[in-house]
Design a protein around this ligand. Structure first.
Ligand code: ADP
Ligand code: ZN
Length: 724
């Protein structure tokens, strides 16, 4: 076997991962070569590994600059849970705690030391750093250096002293914000020397994208959440009031939900955040403030109750789902009136805010328009999103609502004519709401009063619902068949193009509305015809999740720091029953196996046993059944009879268990000479070994003995490798 690289060994040992993600390896090599880098990767892309692994294999301590105290504590806790010596220094600490950390740093026992920017730039910290040994400087959230962004941290602009004072120490700056100005700012201000810039794709293929019409959104949300019990999710709302109303509605329907907004006291906010992190409150209805400064990797869905104000915000907010890489859902509710509300808000605040200028307002409005275009889109939404960030996707994604429900076009000329003629007959003086009501023949007061019930097209569009009309009118807007006069109470206006439709022979291709009541139902259908194995796997997952929560509570740490969802999912799927099998589970590093291995194995074994006693076999159960009887002292023959299997099968179970490291006295069934015989014939044949080939060469040795001999040889080889 080829020598495994030190970095790869560390990845396996500390994090329980088998392979690096594509870019990680190159970045790590660059750090090991003591060169500078700038790393742009989306949230969840795996940035931290890029400096944590070099920190583990290099001498000295990696100093990590991180602006958010809560994240810093989280990261350090996570590292310690993996058996890595890490600590932090920031203003939240007592003097004596800080002194202890400083001593550890000077003594060289820390592999990673997280510091806040304030701390880093203080003069005495430089002295401290010189007293110890620094291996790497990692600048996390490096975009905070840019005064253009909203996360600007003045201390970050002083970071150039690092290169000046510690010229030989490699610098790595990391961020999830990719725009060019920020990139340039980072390189200049930190004075990265000849840096390699690594830009990962910002695509997050594990996030599904869905936009749904905004009618009855509370009801839709309730159905959505109900069909995903126990999953963590965030619902972003525009107003404080909607967060409260929505949380109440969910609670009164038996869903543990809380609200979170800027008017709450800091203590209350912290409490809600903590409950979310600890999986005690799965659903949070929040204004946009929520989610910054938390790193919860298993947020399974994000819903936007209202249209976000621009695509950047939208992408950042949905990005809080699925950081662990598992499939996660996003759902955006959109109705045209949301866009109008926003427009008015922007205009109003521009008027009120003396500093605001027209240019800025235009920019905001343009960004809002792009957001609306995205919501109206009839092409792959991911393509559109990535396009916005100047990235191009070759194929449609297959994981957005447009891809899954491809638009069906129809000849929409008559539909368009009805709407346009109604607009003309009302003197181009009405907004969308009235137009639709007139088309649908509503008798509400305002319509009767203005005499709109007398026009020829009154009620001419009854065949479509209100939502359908909104959908078609939005398309007409995008096709240039209509305009909105924002300054005239959003009155709809005809254009030259509309006249061609009304009086000429211009064709209109519209997309038929696929009424999307399927959001909930589709998921239900998908989950109905499940195979038995899948439901057993889900059942076990729930059991393991409950165990994880119990352990987390006892230890006072968030559940995801015990084990991630990826690991639980793999445990539920592979159902390891023996210590040795745990090593092949993603996320099971040495430390995690040591502390939690037995607890989880026991739970899985119990589960498998219960299932076994109930309605038949689960994979792995057969070994357990044999092993249970064997440990009770039954002979192989007795076990075979009891279980209705032949003896060779029982022996093969014992061989398997022995190979995995269980205590079984093989010499009862096979002697050293026989093992040596089998060993001597192996070089004459090729892997995978065939029992019949071995039997021919080993003087007709019985199958069960061959099986035991092979197990003995395999275990010996394994032990030898361990000792090396
Ligand atoms: P970022 O800081 O870029 O948002 P993280 O470093 O927190 O991302 O990593 C996101 C998730 O991916 C974490 O759960 C992390 O453990 C996991 N991860 C990172 N690298 C790998 C890898 N090589 N194999 C498997 N999982 C990985
Ligand atoms: Zn798509």
């Amino acid at each position: 076997m080829a020598m495994m690289k030190q970095t790869q060994l560390a990845l396996k040992k500390y994090f329980g991962y088998d392979t690096f993600r594509p870019m990680q390896e190159d970045i790590i090599q660059r750090v090991l070569d003591k060169k500078d880098s700038l790393v742009l990767m989306p949230t969840g892309g795996g940035k931290s590994i890029c400096y944590q692994i070099p920190a583990l294999v290099m001498e000295g301590t990696c100093i990590v600059v991180s602006p958010l105290i809560s994240l810093m504590q989280d990261q350090v806790q996570g590292l310690r849970a993996n058996g890595i010596e890490a600590a932090f220094l920031n203003s939240s600490q007592s003097r004596s705690d800080a002194a202890k950390v400083e001593n550890d740093f000077i003594a060289g026992t820390l592999k990673l030391l997280y510091v806040s920017p304030e701390k880093l730039v203080a003069q005495d910290f430089v002295t401290l750093m010189k007293a110890g040994r620094v291996s790497i400087f990692a600048i996390d959230e490096a975009h905070c250096i840019s005064s253009w962004g909203h996360d600007f941290r003045p201390e970050y602009t002083q970071l150039k002293f690092l290169k000046q004072q510690f010229p030989g120490v490699p610098l790595i700056a990391l961020t999830a914000t990719a725009d060019k100005i920020t990139r340039r700012d980072i390189i200049e201000q930190i004075q990265l020397q000849d840096p390699t810039v690594f830009i990962a794709s910002f695509d997050r293929p594990n996030l599904s994208l869905r936009v749904a019409p905004g009618q009855k959104r509370k009801e839709q949300i309730l159905q959505f959440v109900k069909s995903r019990p126990g999953e963590s999710g965030i619902i972003y709302c525009l107003s404080r009031k909607s967060t409260e109303d929505l949380a109440e509605k969910l609670c009164s329907n038996g869903i543990p939900a809380k609200y979170y907004h800027a008017m709450m006291s800091p203590a209350d906010r912290l409490r809600v955040q903590q409950e979310f992190i600890n999986d005690t409150t799965p659903v949070i209805c929040a204004t946009i403030a929520f989610g910054m400064g938390i790193d919860k990797p298993n947020v399974r869905w994000v819903i936007h109750y209202n249209l976000p104000r621009n695509i950047e915000s939208y992408y950042q907010e949905i990005g809080r789902a699925g950081r662990d890489g598992l499939p996660s859902e996003t759902l955006l509710f959109y109705s045209f009136s949301d866009a109008i509300t926003y427009r008015e808000m922007l205009q109003k605040s521009a008027l009120e805010n003396e500093r605001a200028n027209a240019e800025n307002l235009d920019l905001q409005l343009a960004k809002l328009d792009r957001m609306v275009q995205f919501a109206d889109a009839l092409i792959c939404r991911r393509k559109m999103l990535l396009n916005y960030f100047a990235e191009h996707l070759d194929k449609d994604c297959g994981n957005c609502d447009v891809c899954q429900n491809p638009p069906q076009h129809f000849d929409g000329r008559v539909v368009a004519q009805k709407a346009l003629s109604a607009i003309a007959r009302m003197n181009q003086n009405v907004a969308m709401g009235i137009l639709i009501d007139v088309l649908r023949g509503s008798h509400r007061h305002e319509i009767i009063e203005k005499g709109f019930d007398k026009i020829k097209t009154f009620g001419a569009g009854r065949e479509y619902s209100y939502v359908e009309w909104q959908f078609y009118l939005a398309q007409m807007l995008n096709l240039g068949l209509l305009e909105i006069a924002y300054d005239q109470k959003h009155a709809l206006k005809l254009t030259e193009e509309s006249n061609k439709v009304l009086f000429g022979d211009k064709n209109v291709h519209l997309v038929r509305m696929n009424i999307q009541k399927d959001i909930v139902e589709k998921r239900r259908e998908e989950s109905k015809p499940k195979s038995r194995t899948l439901s057993i796997q889900e059942e076990l997952f729930e059991r393991l999740r409950a165990l994880r929560k119990k352990i987390a509570r006892e230890r006072g740490i968030p559940p995801y720091l015990v084990l991630g969802d990826v690991t639980l999912e793999e445990l539920a799927r592979k159902k390891p029953l023996l210590d040795a099998d745990l090593q092949n589970i993603t996320g099971m590093g040495e430390r995690k196996i040591q502390i939690y291995g037995d607890l989880f194995l026991e739970e899985i074994t119990n589960f498998v046993r219960e299932k076994n006693e109930g309605d038949g076999f689960v994979k792995g159960a057969t070994y357990i059944a044999t092993y249970d009887l064997f440990k009770k002292g039954l002979s192989v023959a007795e076990i075979a009879q009891l279980r209705g299997l032949n003896e060779v099968t029982i022996f093969s179970h014992l061989a398997y268990l022995y190979e995995k490291g269980e205590v079984i006295e093989l010499q009862k069934y096979i002697n050293a000479k026989e093992i040596a015989k089998v060993r001597s014939v192996l070089p004459m044949i090729t892997e995978p070994y065939k029992m019949s080939d071995i039997q021919k060469l080993a003087d007709g040795m019985e199958y069960h003995k061959i099986r035991l001999a092979l197990a003995s040889i395999a275990r010996e080889a394994k032990n030898r490798k361990k000792d090396e």
